[in-house]
Design a protein around this ligand. Structure first.
Ligand SMILES: C[S@@+](CC[C@H](N)C(=O)[O-])C[C@H]1O[C@@H](n2cnc3c(N)ncnc32)[C@H](O)[C@@H]1O
Length: 298
């Protein structure tokens, strides 16, 4: 049963800062979307920058929803992240209570509270609200807002330096809840490959995968305990071809890598090099002047 949430005119934004988040790139990426399409699919959702940009206004979107509004299928393989979306959708007040508790604990003693939450978590026994609020708390207080787990799936980022982080952002959590409670928004935890079974001719699919590393030191691909390697990049390129043959509109972001350009060196695809600001780099000097690829079949 979907909740009824009043709309306030406030525009929701991503509730987590996510590595590879597309906030800085929104003008380029949203400007690269097709003018019209059926349903919207975003299978590497992360913080959902493009989804939040497009969904509320429905400024660009198809007409396949039951009420004539666009239909959005958003998903990610990170179970805790998707759980956070689901808890915001289904239990925003419980989640906000838990976030206020985190805020109080953090204010009392940031360092010991942070590490007790980070290291004292047992995914096997924690409840859904505990797991979802922990993810948001750690994201707001960890170094650089970077979600990273080790090979055993344990979140291993140190404490960040924030004077007064907003941990329980009531206005945004309630606004996000409002969007996610719309009948035409569907959130799920699944591998990107699932889109092949769902998409139809005329739908739009935006892929923003973990990027192909362009150098040995620039390889951040660990958002889940499995790495996203070259085989996954190939599987994704094959899926793009399948979706193209089905008549879907496909837009893909990736790093400016020769390997990726080669995968799309076919007639159907336009490979555009666009300038990008790297936001999650500990070295400010490395955050500017980068390029990445925007690839599309329309
Ligand atoms: C570059 S981030 C997406 C960032 C997002 N566009 C944003 O604005 O925040 C890539 C996402 O892909 C997810 N992911 C990794 N492997 C996946 C897979 N096999 N299927 C679906 N999602 C996956 C990660 O959990 C991560 O959230």
């Amino acid at each position: 049963m979907r909740r009824q949430v009043a709309s306030s005119g406030y525009r929701p934004r991503p509730f987590v800062k996510w590595a590879g988040g597309k906030r800085q790139m929104l003008p380029v990426v949203s400007g690269g979307m097709p003018e019209s399409f059926g349903r919207y699919f975003e299978p590497f959702l992360g913080g959902g920058a493009l989804f939040f940009h497009v969904a509320p206004a429905g400024s660009k979107g198809g007409k396949n929803g039951r009420d004539g509004a666009p239909t959005f299928h958003i998903s990610d393989l990170n179970r805790e992240l998707v759980l956070a979306y689901q808890m915001i959708r289904d239990r925003p007040e419980d989640l906000l209570r838990a976030l206020h508790d985190h805020e109080a604990g953090y204010r009392a003693d940031p360092e010991s509270y942070y590490y007790s939450v980070r290291d004292g978590h047992d995914p096997g026994s924690a409840g859904d609200i505990d797991t979802a609020s922990r993810l948001i708390f750690l994201n707001k207080t960890c170094f650089n807002g970077l979600y990273r787990v080790n090979s055993r799936g344990k979140f291993n980022v140190p404490l960040g330096r924030y004077a007064n982080p907003t941990i329980a952002d009531e206005q945004n959590v309630l606004a996000v809840s409002g969007i996610l409670n719309l009948n035409n928004v569907h959130v799920s935890c699944e591998d990107f490959g699932a889109v092949a079974r769902k998409a139809r001719r005329g739908d739009f699919v935006y892929f923003d995968p973990p990027y192909m590393p362009v150098s040995r030191t620039a390889s951040f691909t660990r958002y889940t305990c499995g790495d996203f390697g070259i085989e996954d990049q190939r599987r994704l390129a094959d899926l793009c071809v399948t979706l193209d043959e089905m008549g879907c509109h496909v837009l893909l972001s990736n790093s400016d890598s020769g390997v990726i350009s080669e995968m799309f060196a076919r007639d159907a695809w336009t490979v555009e090099r666009v300038s990008a600001n790297r936001c999650i780099s500990s070295d400010p000097g490395r955050r500017l002047g980068h390029t990445e690829l925007l690839i599309r079949n329309y």
